[in-house]
Design a protein around this ligand. Structure first.
Ligand SMILES: [Zn+2]
Length: 197
């Protein structure tokens, strides 16, 4: 893969709300609710010191928008991006836009992930056996799910591929280290979370 495209994906950056100098492709196993077979599932994560735009949408634990008022949303949507550095890692969810190099990498590493036209093009896992879309609610939010390991032993089951290339994405939600139940996952990425509260 050539290295000349680092600065040529500005058109993608314009729609992005998250960017990082490197990222992770995570791989786990999931039993398809439709056909019952075990299928690989994938997720994207970014390391500490990634960047995000201000005006994060507030989402509840189920990933539903809790209702930013329309005026504030409009202002956020059309204001110039204000990038801020985020000290912790993040697990990306409800990804709508990916920069072209990331799309190519994902195509190679995660062949069962593609854009879902029934979800406004959201990047989605599909069952390798029956082709049914796998709902993110079955993968991310609840301890014991594929990308919410309960402990180190469960986290060790997750495959981690570090990709040393920049990522730009638009995500409707990020699971940050503010979610304590993601700490075993982030520890798997080599990030110790130990906030005192
Ligand atoms: Zn299936």
């Amino acid at each position: 893969m050539d290295t000349q495209n680092r600065n040529t994906d500005d058109e993608c950056d314009s729609g992005a709300n998250l960017r990082a100098s490197s990222y992770y492709v995570l791989r786990a196993s999931h039993r398809c609710a439709q056909c019952g077979a075990s299928t690989p599932v994938f997720a994207l994560a970014v390391p500490p010191d990634h960047e995000s735009t201000e005006g994060d949408l507030e989402l509840d634990e189920d990933g539903d928008c809790t209702g930013l008022d329309p005026g504030a949303f409009h202002q956020w949507l059309f204001s110039p991006a204000q990038w801020q550095r985020i000290e912790g890692p993040a697990l990306l969810s409800q990804v709508g836009i990916l920069s072209a190099p990331v799309m190519r990498t994902l195509h190679a590493l995660a062949p069962t992930v593609r854009q879902n036209p029934e979800r406004n093009g959201q990047w989605t896992n599909f069952c390798a056996h029956c082709g049914t879309a796998v709902w993110e609610g079955a993968l991310y939010p609840t301890p014991g799910q594929p990308f919410c390991p309960k402990d180190d032993a469960a986290a060790a089951q997750i495959g981690v591929q570090a990709v040393e290339e920049p990522l730009a994405a638009f995500t409707a939600m990020c699971w940050t280290d503010g979610y304590r139940n993601k700490w075993p996952l982030f520890k798997r990425l080599g990030v110790a979370c130990s906030k005192t509260d």
